[in-house]
Design a protein around this ligand. Sequence first.
Ligand code: PAF
Length: 281
Amino acid sequence: MPLIKTKKELKLQLSLAKKKGSLGLVPTMGALHQGHVSLVKRAYSENTTTVVTIFVNPTQFDNQEDLDKYPNTLKADMELLQGISNEIIVFAPIASEIYGVHISSKTYDFGRLGKVMEGAFRDGHFEGVGTIVEKLLTLVGPDRAYFGEKDFQQLQIIKKLVALRNIPVEIIGCPIVREPSGLAMSSRNERLAPLLRKEAAFIYRTLRSAKKKFGMKSAKTVTEWVKDQFEKHTDLKLEYFTITDVEKLRPVQRKRRNTKYRAFIAVYAKDVRLIDNIALN
Ligand code: PAF
């Protein structure tokens, strides 16, 4: 399976691949798990050629320690991808290959989508995501690109990015994959001690109960209830819980028929920040 490190080599491979048919792109930061596997399998089933990028993008981290602790498991990642198909093209560049000498983000106007939730709590995060995703889409030129709904806000931001920059690609959101306990799959789960990992399943349990309650109660009542649940939990610290519409991510004031809602949550499990979300109707 080809592991490509330079843009030059990638362009060469892609010029051959594009003649064969459609191209699917799965951008990742490595430390691959079953969530990524589901994206790659979907891309592989829908396209003639699949490109997986593995690049821990420095500009999307607002916290140096988080970047330093981000796992690097290239060998295991390659084995996992090989298990899907040895035709997958893997692009794993170093930072200077992507950014040159100055590692910095571009500026985007994502409107309120970029300012709420992750945008409010992680300074510059979406500018960093926008920068790398724009670079990768331009470099690879895929017909379709695949992203997980665990980062639902990121998915909406990327759809907006593509519209803002007129990039001809279909952005495809794929369902969240969960551990048997219900905890959403994430590369960060590896940083949880076994007991804490078990406890972190409380996040999804609470989301499911919130969903049930949202059928009968107001968003405000459900939000208060969720806050109360986390007050009782010493190892899990709630950063935010918000119910919004799915398109613009506006917090719900009054529920409307014909509007789809989603609940979003960010929690610190000791020093590990976890996010999750659930469709409410
Ligand atoms: O979701 C991720 O892993 C990253 O944010 C992405 C889209 C690969 C950009 O670095």
